[in-house]
Design a protein around this ligand. Structure first.
Ligand SMILES: Cc1ncc(COP(=O)(O)O)c(C=O)c1O
Length: 428
């Protein structure tokens, strides 16, 4: 069991009051709060070691270079990568997907090819592929979800249909030799659905042997043990700010032979080994993809958050969130039976991340979130950057409460009390 009360002492922001009430922070899927260990690692970097990396021969530059490369090795260990050369620092998960889209997609996708994503993608793993397909004249295909938000993986014959110019169907039906890329989220940021990658990736390999698999791990790497080798994907992206780390730093992991074969994404300093008047030779991995002065303090923050999460234990974090989501579902299902609340997503906490998503009957999600805020409770409302999924579920907006390492069971009781207030205010 996690000692959540002890963990909370590491997070200065959690002692804040909002509207005179203790803050209940249930918006960790959007961004997480930062422990003092991460804050002070970055503070220490700026106070004692700051200098530009990879360039200077002076002591500070050497220290800074050593720190950022140690951070890279730490991230590589955290996800089980075989080499830190395969860990590219980017700004966030979104930039990671765009890097793949430009550096790999530009050269490898053409008319006659297909691009497949899922209906539950965050826009960051949806729009880049949609736009690439559009520009290249490739087919854009979307694997559908069930009404309770599970991915439709295996053949459900006759389910393929044309919706708004895109092909929508069961994943298995969409896969064939023409598919060049499959973009899939590991965990849905809206519903918390955990996609069974151990079923999905072998299916892709079998039915679409040419396809590369791009896994959006923005909501899995922070919350459960993720081992790159076991997953067997080609690329994987995640963001530091969703795993107790700073904003402005994220990771693209890719298989070395793919990264080696790809041209750079951005041009400039650091990504070169030799510049002549008429041509340039690229630097080796990972720096080929890191043009310009990198976010050194961000990288140091990444190392600190990986260390923090490792010291707590990813399996324990997953267990803690599973218990919280199970508790929250039980509480909210009572409201659902009373007819004033609709819950979305699977009810089985063993295949669901630490997220509950709902609407109060007849009340807009923003109104619900505002009343909850008046009780000091921070939740997210809206489409959660997944408009195709909202449309598929037949809603314009939902309320999402998301949990993490510092969430207490009592805070879910506070959420439930807050929802009773919403009910009273709106006379539902
Ligand atoms: C599943 C998922 N993918 C990608 C992203 C994008 O992350 P970022 O905005 O850090 O690039 C998010 C952020 O909410 C997300 O939840």
């Amino acid at each position: 069991m996690l000692d959540v009360k002890k963990i909370r002492k590491d997070f200065p922001i959690l002692s804040r009051k909002i509207h005179g009430k203790p803050l209940v922070y249930l918006d960790s899927s959007a961004t997480t709060q930062k422990p003092r260990q991460v804050i002070s690692a970055m503070d220490r970097y700026y106070r004692r070691h700051n200098a530009n990396v990879h360039r200077g021969v002076h002591t500070l530059s050497g220290e800074a270079t050593e720190m950022v490369e140690r951070a890279r090795a730490s991230v590589a260990r955290f996800i089980g990568a075989s080499s830190s050369d395969e860990v590219i620092f980017v700004r966030n998960a979104t930039e990671g997907v765009n890097l793949i889209r430009y550096a790999w997609g530009e050269q490898n996708i053409g008319s006659g090819d297909s691009v497949v994503v899922t209906m539950m993608e965050h826009h960051s793993n949806f729009v880049p592929w949609q736009q690439l397909a559009k520009q290249k004249g490739a087919a854009f295909k979307i694997a559908d979800v069930t009404d309770d938000g599970r991915l439709k993986i295996f053949d459900e014959s006759g389910s393929m249909q044309q919706v708004d110019g895109a092909v929508v169907g069961t994943l298995e039906d969409l896969l064939d030799e023409r598919v060049k890329v499959v973009g899939i989220t590991h965990v849905s940021n809206v519903l918390g659905t955990i996609n069974p990658l151990s079923d999905i990736i072998p299916l892709v390999r079998k039915k679409a042997p040419q396809a590369l698999v791009v896994v959006d791990a923005a909501q899995s790497v922070p919350h459960m043990p993720v081992d790159i080798k076991r997953i067997g994907a080609d690329f994987l992206v995640f963001s530091g700010h969703k795993m107790l780390g700073p904003t402005g730093i994220g990771v693209l992991w890719g298989r070395r032979e793919l990264l080696d074969a790809m041209p750079p994404f951005l041009f400039g300093g650091d990504m070169i080994s030799e510049v002549g008047l008429s041509d340039t030779v690229w630097n080796r991995l990972p720096w080929k993809f890191e043009a310009g002065t990198p976010n050194m303090a961000g990288m140091v923050g990444m190392e600190a958050c990986c260390q923090y999460l490792r010291s707590v234990g990813m399996q324990l974090i997953r267990q803690h969130e599973q218990e919280l989501v199970s508790y929250a579902l039980t509480k909210l299902q009572v409201f659902e039976k009373e007819g004033f609340l609709t819950l979305y997503g699977v009810r089985d906490a063993s295949v669901r991340g630490g997220v509950v998503t709902f609407n109060v009957a007849g009340v807009h999600a923003h109104d619900t979130a505002q009343v909850l805020d008046s009780e000091g409770i921070a939740v997210r409302s809206g489409h959660h950057c997944a408009m195709p999924l909202a449309r598929r579920l037949g809603v314009v907006a939902t309320v999402r409460a998301s949990f993490y390492i510092y969430t207490l069971q009592e805070e879910i009781d506070r959420l439930a009390d807050g929802l009773l207030k919403v009910r009273r205010v709106f006379k539902v």
